[in-house]
Design a binder for this molecule. Structure first.
Ligand code: NAD
Ligand code: AHE
Ligand code: ZN
Ligand code: ZN
Length: 370
């Protein structure tokens, strides 16, 4: 079939919206009509050329929601008409990783996914002249239709609005999951969140759900303060307004250091600050942000010797097929809020405006509706 897609032809160039060829689903695969997709900072990261796994030409996008149109041979858990959210972290429920309760990093399709290919080592997308186009993060939601492995799809409540729950495909789950599944934050905790964008706001929302007493937000952009307060931030710190050492300021503000800190910026300097303002003896710092190729984190080992822990999380530690449908239900039941964070809705033709809004710090989430 033919479908419309925004294609990343090369790093650092705007996406080009065009008609592309899409082959139907093979064994264990599913054809999905994407109804809406968010634009995450990680799409920008890969498009910029900073991603060591970035390959071109590719169809980016990993924060979508849509409807199953067709299933390939052997697919048992999905049928045409099911509403689904694509998963960049699959859940096969049978690999060594899925069977270990300590991780959500299913490896069933990860190797080929990182090469922009389906599990059989081929791509389903091509240009009209036949040039192959690569998949991205196993999702490619910047196409109106896409093909995914069955294990990379979560079946969700059919009443859920696509233009809102697409955000659960990455930002919402990553932020809330980092608090609930990775850090397992306790009632009464003090926390510091660095970066109040599409991920950091959901960390804040997760901290409020978990019953944290103090939720400090840190951002260089003061326009992020209002929305963060709406989601539960109790204190705002703009590093530009702090005289002297930021770590010392945050330790004082949290009365000795935070129980939990979260980096949602991708800046390795910020990651160090986040570790060092965690409480001596027990503070945990969770890295969510994705840093560019070649970047490295550093600190004095004494920071760890004296009881702080440095951890990381992918997709908030969520097991997609199990947890994503539950998070959709939390939204449908009013337990979490998403709508105010979707600040812009665009057509596919205008997708590059979504990247411009992100660069200008004007959007939280821009969502493309097909
Ligand atoms: P975003 O652009 O919406 O938000 C980033 C925020 O960080 C902005 O508000 C910006 O002003 C702030 N910021 C930048 N530099 C800062 C600094 N030095 N100090 C304080 N604040 C600073 O991005 P997003 O969509 O929220 O993504 C955040 C990060 O999380 C990105 O690196 C993204 O790639 C990553 N991410 C990781 C996962 C995962 O599974 N680990 C999932 C999604 C996104
Ligand atoms: N490809 C990059 C790393 C990118 C990365 O860390 N991706 C996160 C999800 S970001 C979503 O917005 C992730 O889940 N990583 C785990 C995984 O298996 O990819 C690089 O540095 O090579
Ligand atoms: Zn993302
Ligand atoms: Zn698995």
């Amino acid at each position: 079939m033919k479908t419309r897609a925004a294609v990343a032809l090369e790093a650092g160039k705007p996406l080009e919206v065009m008609e592309v060829n899409l082959e139907g689903p093979k064994e264990g695969e599913v054809l999905v009509e994407i109804k809406a997709t968010g634009i995450c900072h990680t799409d920008e990261f890969t498009l910029s050329g900073a991603d060591p796994e970035g390959l071109f030409p590719a169809i980016l996008g990993h924060e979508g929601a849509g409807v199953v149109l067709e299933v390939g041979p052997g697919v048992k858990s999905l049928k045409p008409g099911d509403h689904v959210i694509p998963l960049y972290t699959a859940e096969c429920r049978e690999c060594e990783y899925c069977l270990n309760p300590k991780t959500n990093l299913c490896q069933k399709v990860r190797a080929t996914q990182g090469q922009g290919l389906m599990p059989d080592g081929t791509t389903r997308f091509s240009m009209l002249d036949g040039t192959p186009i690569l998949h991205y993060m196993g999702c490619s939601t910047f196409a109106n239709h896409t093909v995914l492995p069955e294990v990379s799809l979560a079946k969700i409540n059919p009443d859920a609005p696509f233009d809102k729950v697409c955000y659960i495909g990455c930002g919402v789950t990553t932020g809330i999951g980092a608090v609930i599944f990775t850090a397992k934050v306790e009632i009464g905790s003090r926390a510091v969140v660095f970066g109040l964008g599409g991920i950091g706001l959901n960390v804040i929302q997760g901290l409020r759900l978990a019953g944290a007493d103090q939720i400090v937000g840190v951002d260089l952009n003061p326009s992020k303060k209002e929305m963060a307060e709406r989601f539960g931030m109790t204190d705002f710190v703009n590093p530009k307004d702090v005289d002297g050492d930021l770590v010392a300021h945050l330790v004082e503000l949290t009365k000795g250091g935070a129980d939990y800190t979260f980096d949602a910026t991708g800046n390795v300097g910020v990651m160090r600050t986040a570790l060092e303002c965690a409480h001596k003896g027990w503070g945990e710092s969770i890295i969510i942000g994705v840093a560019p190729a070649g970047a490295e984190i550093s600190t004095r080992p004494f920071q760890l010797v004296t009881g702080r822990s440095w951890r990381g999380t992918a997709f908030g530690g969520a097991r997609g097929r199990t947890d994503v449908p539950k998070i959709v239900d939390w939204y449908m039941d009013g337990k979490i809020d998403i709508d105010p964070m979707i600040t812009h809705t665009l057509s596919l033709e205008d997708i590059n405006k979504g990247f411009d809004l992100m660069h200008a710090g004007e959007s939280i989430r821009a969502v493309v509706v097909y």
